[in-house]
Design a binder for this molecule. Structure first.
Ligand code: HGY
Ligand code: MN
Ligand code: MN
Length: 396
């Protein structure tokens, strides 16, 4: 709740877009809590913050998530996983229990990808999936270069990227969807993350007078953008299954009531648990863009912003999560994640998994995002015991 006081928005949520002053304030607060727990705090060159309780021996068991939010974020998305990680350390210290391995809690930079694409950017750089220099040059949707913003907020750390691979990684997160609540199940033992394809589509038409230009002579980017949005909605209906498509952002120039626009830029977020289906959807979109550009006499270009194949988590970690959840008296079900998460990047370098707790009415990326306290507590208990099990698990 104290973190939720930093840059609150109406309805009880937060706006802490990556590498803004608000994000810095959130980082400073959570880092102070890490220091209160005598954790060794390291900041890497992409701004990831890794707090480590240096006990035991060998590679750490790591948990963590993100504290950057979308513009209309809730107070739990990402924040819950980071703070529960600190709660685990605080609880073990208070109980006088010393784990066999160090425990790390990570705050990954720019997980949302809303200000700087792609999403999960910090953890992607951490695992060597995106070269640091390339990441530092990424422009924000509002202009500034990522590396400059990192310097500006004082989180351009000295620890090199890629970072050290932990022994294992587990992330606690709200489901952000309706499934657990609909099934009356408290815990999701997450099996993996669906594939994600982001692109920015730019449509160049011909600016013209709204009153004098006959309809058959128009090259109207706003109209074309609207057709694209309808096309992807119909595509997801035609594909069915896990296919989802979203166009969440559109910019129009000159954006005036009596001007047929010159240019429109919109984003496409296309996802599916099945990579072949995702590729088929991408190909259909590409074909549609070619056709409508021809038909309407406009120029269309598409810039990829993110492309991640579906990820399967390590069966051994999934089992530890599932057994821990049920042994602690919770109902639990296996399920894939519809949202992207840092765990999907850590899965590239170590055995990884996730724990989900229910989202009330399945709402997220919305100030109304909520999870009941009893579920938050259950998730944190499972995180504690899962992390301890991972400290003694061998993954040779
Ligand atoms: O885009 C996502 O799925 C996540 O919220 N970054
Ligand atoms: Mn998240
Ligand atoms: Mn999110």
């Amino acid at each position: 709740m104290a973190l939720a006081e930093i840059s609150p928005i109406d309805g009880g949520g937060n706006c802490r877009l990556a590498l803004t002053d608000e994000d810095k304030l959130g980082r400073d607060l959570v880092v102070s809590w890490m220091r209160d727990l005598s954790m060794d705090v390291q900041i890497d060159a992409i701004g990831n913050v890794i707090g480590t309780w240096r006990v035991g021996s060998g590679l750490p068991v790591m948990t963590g998530s993100h504290i950057d939010t979308v513009r209309t974020g809730g107070k739990y998305d990402g924040n819950y996983g980071v703070l529960a990680g600190l709660e685990v350390v605080e609880t073990l210290q208070r109980e006088g229990f010393t784990p066999q391995r160090p425990l790390s809690v990570a705050i990954f930079t720019d997980e949302e990808g809303a200000r700087f694409a792609p999403d999960m950017l910090g953890s992607l750089v951490y695992v060597g999936g995106l070269p640091l220099e390339e990441a530092l040059d990424i422009p924000a949707i509002d202009g500034p270069r990522l590396g400059d913003e990192l310097e500006r907020i004082g989180y351009a750390g000295s620890m090199p990227c890629p970072g050290a691979s932990p022994h294992a990684f587990v992330e606690l997160h709200i489901e952000q969807g309706p499934l657990l609540e609909a099934n009356g199940v408290r815990i999701g033992s997450v099996t993996g993350v669906q594939g994600i394809s982001w692109q920015e589509v730019t449509i160049i038409g011909q600016s013209n007078h709204a009153g004098t230009t006959p309809m058959n002579l128009r090259h109207d980017p706003m109209y074309v953008a609207s057709e694209i949005v309808v096309f992807i909605r119909n595509l997801s209906r035609r594909f069915g299954g896990h296919q989802v498509c979203t166009s969440g952002k559109i910019d129009v120039h000159p954006n005036l009531i009596n001007v047929v626009p010159a240019k429109a830029t919109l984003t496409l977020d296309i996802r599916n648990t099945d990579n072949d289906e995702l590729k088929r959807a991408e190909a259909e979109v590409e074909q549609f863009l070619r056709e409508i550009a021809e038909r309407e006499g406009v120029t269309i270009s598409a810039k990829p912003l993110a492309r991640f194949d579906p990820v399967q988590f390590d069966e051994r970690v999934i089992s530890i999560v599932h057994e821990t959840a049920t042994q602690l008296g919770n109902t639990a079900q296996m399920m894939p994640s519809g949202a992207g998460h840092d765990a999907q990047m850590l899965a590239r370098v170590c055995p990884s998994g996730m724990i989900f707790v229910p989202s009330v009415n399945g709402i997220s990326h919305n100030a109304a995002e909520h999870t009941e306290a009893v579920d938050l507590q259950a998730g944190a208990d499972i995180l504690l015991h899962t992390m301890l099990s991972l400290t003694t698990a061998t993954f040779s």
